[in-house]
Design a protein around this ligand. Sequence first.
Ligand code: AMO
Length: 420
Amino acid sequence: MQRILSEALASHAGRKVTIAGWIHRRRLLKSVAFLILRDRAGLAQVLVTDPAVRAQLELLGEETVVQITGLVVANAAAPGGAELTEPEITALSEPVTDLPVELHRPTLAATLPTLLDHAAVTLRHPSRTAVFALSAALVRGFRTTLDQAGYTEIFTPKIVGSATESGANVFELDYFGRKAYLAQSPQFYKQTMVGVFERVYEVGPAFRAEPSDTARHLAEFLSLDVELGFIEDQRDVMTVLREVLAGMLASAQGFGFDLPTVPAEIPILHFAEALKIAGADPAELDLAPADERALGEWALREHGSDFLFVEGYPTAKRAFYTHPEPGGSAYSRGFDLLFRGLELVSGAQRLHRHDDYVAAIAARGDAIEPYADFLEVFRRGMPPHGGFAIGLERFVARLVGASNIREVTLFPRDLHRVTP
Ligand code: AMO
């Protein structure tokens, strides 16, 4: 018997078919019973009139995995406009304990710890599933946009020999008796690969030993990294980022979320102006979360935009590889993209000359030696280049209005959680 998906029922009216999935819900009425089956495509209604099948159904709990063969009949009141009748039900696997949540309710009523402790089950709820379908579509859009623009996808190691972002929040591990780290970012490798492919991207995990227990930090997140050569300055990178965001959102239509549009020109503020608008102390070297929120409101009010670029962050607060504004300026060619008042992306033009790296590292009082492998490529000819990294979970959390990044992460890792 041909097995079809729930969504295809209506197109098989009048035929005998088999569907398979989980018992989402049972409704045992006086004269008839309904079984709502859930598969990867959605829900299907099964009408039970035979007393023997009804007696069988009464013994099958929710989330039992079943295969059902029956006759498809058009029914405007059923999900998808058709239902399966005269069913023969085969149970393939029966749950052995009660469910931690009621999956058949339209909204999942559970605390965050319950959602996460039982993630493999709570993720079955259609509201949670939709979030991860959205994430996958965003990543697909990221890849497609960059593939079409001539970028090469790279896969770089996540066990690395040195920290890239800052020494403090790096996970150290014992690597055959030597010290190694979990990569905080593919930063060095993506820059290095500009020297090979000119334009590269990577989709991969990034690890941060984040001591901050906040609603927007994870110890492991998905970093969408881009790096490109032959740029004038950070503005070229920001243009690419705009295209990438538009491509991601275009690919994410159709999952039931109301998605924003990316303006043709995302407003840009210089860091110093941003501090003023946020009402922050002009001596500050970074934007606090409250400043970012105020700037998000400003961008929406003044420009009708959910997105805002802030460029020219002080060099002292950015990573050593960031290109400063020329002429002895204290500002850099580093930028952030704020989305609805939250930092979603960091990027910059990078240094590309060997001597500039040596000077920048020395100016920070750091030793050159740990960076020797990275610096080698800058002795061999590197074009002016820059790039950025988007935090996927932050993007999704803001898009779906989740108040905590953990809600949109399959199996979040944080200060307190390393299981399930
Ligand atoms: P940065 O450290 O700002 O930049 O990270 C880039 C983006 O990744 C996301 N992000 C996080 N998401 C969840 N939990 C975390 N702990 C976390 N930390 C960062 C944010 C952030 O904007 N190498 C540079 C990027 C570059 O210049 O190309 C970097 O890693 O959305």
